[in-house]
Every structure is written in C-alpha cells, then in structure tokens.
Design a protein around this ligand. Structure first.
Ligand SMILES: Cc1cc2nc3c(=O)[nH]c(=O)nc-3n(C[C@H](O)[C@H](O)[C@H](O)COP(=O)(O)O)c2cc1C
Length: 411
C-alpha cells in the first residue's frame, strides 16, 4: 500500500523514523513529507534512506511531477506523526503552504494524526477546537498518551508509541481494502444484558441473548468498521460467531456499572456508539457477601432495596464530542406499532441520541429469537427506517441509517 507519512516539527519526529521503518517492514511503500521545521529535528538523509524516495518539503521542488497533488491522490493512507499544534491548526483551516498541507487537501484517503506537544499546548482551547473540527471531518486520531514529555514535565501530550501508530494504520488499511461504506469507522457496540448481583450466586438480569448486538458487530465489520463489542453476559454461541473476526474486539462486562466504565473508556476513540445492550435501571443496594439463606429471612416475604443505576446513554450524550454518533435502543412492550413508537419517542426525548432503534419485546417476542424488527427514529422523532428480517438484516438496516446521517463525511 502507498502510505504518506507527514512529519511535523516536534521532538517526537525521531520516533517517526521507527513508524516509517515498521511500515516499510510490513511491505508498504512509504513516502515521507516532513515540514521545514521537522528537518530541524531529523534531517533529510535519514528520511530518504529509510523510505528510499526523494524527500521534499516544498511544492516548488520536482514541480514536473506535480507532487503537491500526486502524493495525496496516490495515497491509500496519510499519517501525520508527530502532528504539532501548528500543523493541526493548519489542517483544521485547510492551510496549504507546504507539501504536507497540499497533500492533505488533495487526498481522499483516510488520515490518521498522532498529536504530540506539551500538555498546555494540547489542552489549549484552540488546539482542542481544531481537534474537534478534524474529528468531525472523519480524521482519525491516535493519542496523545500521558507520560514523560520533553524535560522533566509529564502529562498528556506524548506521541503514541510507533508500534501502536502502525497497528492503527494497518487496521485502517485493512478496512479500506474491504471497501465497505464504514471503512475506517470505529464503532463501539454494547450487547447482551447486564446482571446485578444479589449475593454471590444470584442476580437480577434480563432475557437479552446479545444476538442483535452480535449481528451489529458482524455487519459493521463486514462493512469495513473496526468494532469493539462490550459483551454483557452474551450467549456463548453469539460470542463464538464474532470471536475470530479480525476487526472485532470483545470485552466482557457484567453489571451496568462495569458497562458504564468500559463504554466511557472506549468512547473517546469511537466514531459511533451503539448501545444495544439491555441495561438494568436498578441495582441491589446492599449486595450480600454470602448466599442469602431462606432460614435467615424474617418471613414469607423477602424485600430487596433497589437503587437507580446511572443513565449510561445520557452520560454518553452529555460527553459526546462533535461528529460522534450515539445510537440508543429501546425494547418496549406495546399493544401496537403506534404505541411502540410513542414509547420510543418519549425515550428519544429523554436521552438526546442521534438515532433510537425501537423494537417490540414480549413473552414470545424479541429476546432469544433470530428475527427482529427495528423501528429507527431520528433525533427529531421521525421514523427514518424500518429494519426487519433476521437480526443480521435488521443490523444492516440500522447501519444504513447510521451511514446516511447528514454531516458525516467519512460514514
Ligand atoms: C525543541 C523544540 C521542540 C518542539 N516540540 C514541539 C512539539 O512536540 N509539539 C509542537 O506542537 N510543537 C513543538 N515545537 C514547536 C514547533 O516546532 C513550532 O510550532 C513549529 O512552527 C511547527 O511547525 P510545523 O508544524 O510546520 O512542523 C517545538 C519546538 C522546539 C524548538
């Protein structure tokens, strides 16, 4: 694959040498485009030797080759590592006063940036606003990590390790090769149902098998997305179907609190979050350390005090970064379709998600079945899709609605 590695002027430029080397070792053709400032940190001979291509910073060299557009047009992936505050600001506003800037504007390929800078520069509202702009355009971001910076300082701002950058690059290339409409998109899907312990052997749970969430993961991966499944007590047969998919990572969770912690940890790097798991609204206030014995109960009635769990979906919506899509699920028991949609609309109004997939559940419906019908409501309450059939077909219908949301360049 043809990879452009843009290098801007930060100390971490020396680590970009390893990024270039690892990519070349993977068999990729790497073209390095440093900024003038980057050459103060690592010189041209190093870049030329490692990439085996001539290296220029300016649009006025090798003009006959029209490098200022050709590099971007021919690229399968453009990486900027390290990405300085200055280069990120230029990218956000589309400034093209060097070869890296013109390449970035000329490319249709996925763009991955690895920011690196001092903590104060990273946290500055200007840098954060530029990052939000870039993310909303579909630019992929890796890091920065927390850790030791130049000198004695420590904090967020350290460039991700070369091996991690290369790993992410390989994922993006694999997704692009799959030519799916969700290529390069990172999706987090929660699946299954949470269980709230009463004591070491009992829990309050629900009948969700995780089939719909599993089908979403499969369908999204087939369309080129990289998927993280947060699996809450998902049936083994469902897990087995997705466990070997290279684009799917599975993390097991148990309770609503576990799910909240996991989804918050993954939210930052997700383009789309689909909360398909059935989450317990309440948990047992005081979980017994030992098995609750009948003999210890005070009579024929056992009372358990339940306390409300945090609203995970609302928390995600409140912390959502620009461009991120959040999709909720509502499983409702309703007498007919109108009543079902009414319940869905009222949940939608409470949660503030971009899309809500509403499905009917009952004693013989929804759970543990292989078929499903998802009524997809948009943020304004309008019904934008009815995705019906096998759970995989319903998943594809929902993903069509996600891919069709306005304002997303990359989806
Ligand atoms: C020793 C040194 C280290 C620097 N490290 C960084 C850095 O890690 N991140 C950053 O954003 N700027 C850093 N800078 C500042 C940039 O080099 C400066 O903003 C420059 O204009 C960036 O240009 P470029 O984005 O075109 O490469 C550093 C400057 C010096 C002198």
């Amino acid at each position: 694959m043809n990879i452009v590695l843009g290098v801007s002027g930060g100390i971490a430029a020396y680590k970009a040498v390893m990024v270039a080397r690892l990519l070349a070792e993977e068999g990729h053709d790497v073209h390095i485009v440093p900024t003038e400032d980057a050459l103060h940190f690592v010189g041209k001979p190093t870049w030329e030797a490692i990439s085996r291509h001539p290296v220029t910073t300016s649009v006025h060299e090798n003009v006959a080759e029209v490098r200022h557009v050709a590099l971007g047009q021919q690229a399968d992936l453009v990486i900027v590592a390290p990405a300085t505050a200055n280069t990120l600001a230029k990218m956000a506003t589309g400034i093209a006063d060097n070869l890296l800037g013109t390449t970035l504007l000329a490319t249709q390929a996925p763009v991955l940036v690895a920011p690196a800078m001092h903590t104060q520069m990273w946290l500055h509202p200007a840098t954060q606003a530029n990052m939000a702009t870039l993310r909303s355009r579909g630019v992929q971001v890796i890091g920065p990590d927390k850790g030791r910076l130049t000198g004695a300082d420590s904090g967020p701002g350290r460039m991700s390790e070369p091996a991690e950058i290369v790993q992410r690059a390989i994922e993006l290339l694999a997704a692009r090769e799959a030519h799916g409409d969700l290529a390069g998109v990172r999706i987090v899907v929660s699946a299954g149902g949470t269980r709230e312990p009463i004591d070491p052997v009992r829990y309050i749970g629900n009948r969700s098998s995780g089939r719909q969430g599993g089908a979403l993961a499969q369908a999204a991966a087939a369309r080129g997305a990289t998927v993280t499944v947060l699996a809450a007590n998902v049936e083994d047969a469902v897990l087995a179907e997705i466990a070997d998919l290279p684009a799917v990572d599975i993390e097991q969770v148990g309770t609503a609190a576990d799910l909240q912690e996991a989804v918050q940890r993954h939210a930052d790097s997700a383009d789309v979050i689909v909360m398909a798991a059935a989450v317990a609204d309440y948990r047992v206030e005081s979980v017994h350390d030992t098995k609750l014995r009948k003999e210890e109960a005070s009579g024929p009635v056992l009372s358990l005090e339940l306390v409300e769990n945090p609203d995970i979906l609302r928390g995600l919506v409140a912390a959502r970064r620009p461009g991120q899509i959040i999709v909720g699920f509502a499983a409702e028991t309703a007498s007919d379709e109108d009543a079902l949609l009414e319940l869905g609309r009222s949940k939608l109004a409470r949660k503030g998600v971009d899309l809500l997939a509403v499905n009917a559940v009952g004693w013989t419906q929804g759970f543990e079945s292989t078929e499903n019908t998802l009524y997809v409501l948009a943020a304004g309450g309008e019904l934008v899709a009815t995705a019906s059939g096998t759970k995989r077909e319903a998943a594809d219908g929902l993903l069509d609605a996600i891919a069709g949301l306005p304002g997303r360049q990359k989806l």
